[in-house]
Write a protein that binds this ligand. Sequence first.
Ligand code: E4P
Length: 217
Amino acid sequence: MQIFLDTANIEEISKGIAGGCVSGVTTNPTIISRENKSLQQCIGDISALSPDLTVLVEAVSSETKEMVKEARQLSKLAKDIIVKIPMTPHGLAAVRILSGENIRTTVTLVFSCNQAIAASCAGADYVAPFVGRLDDINADGLSLIKSIKKIFVTQNARTKIISASIRTPQSVAELFAAGSDIVTMPGNILQAMYKHPLTDAGLQKFAEDWRKVPKEL
Ligand code: E4P
């Protein structure tokens, strides 16, 4: 079970890493465009925060040959890069080639079981179903994760599931319960995960009571 942050913002990622439970970062062209920096600069800054961080970077080409070339370059941007490839026939052909070169891939923009099956059969290491974008159009993102998990377990597929496009903190627990291997979320959702009023009240009471204990030093 792993938590990733779905952002390229350095402050957000630093805060997430400091919280102890983040092991990766996912980006896409929209996320990179918010930072006013080149892709190379963004990835360099992110990976400089922690050498152990897994970083997902998306290929933007649309033809197989160009995607493969781009993925080879992207995979060298940092120590632990996974290349995101869009869910298209050209994309899956690129995934097939890259899997033979030991370049790890995530097939992104997955919205159905059949897309997840096709991605897995092409050799994808991960699929990234966009849970929130399904919920946005009154479909059921959580049910999709449950169904993909059932298929992958039944078929003993090695492909893992990264649940993406997260809208609420409650959905995080539901997605892990449904079998997500990774959930990638914005910083505000991660910060909300730590919170519980009873934790705050309990801490306050412990601090008050501790002040009553006679101290030897
Ligand atoms: C996943 O990796 C995507 O970058 C992301 O989760 C999409 O989220 P959005 O639907 O909030 O844009």
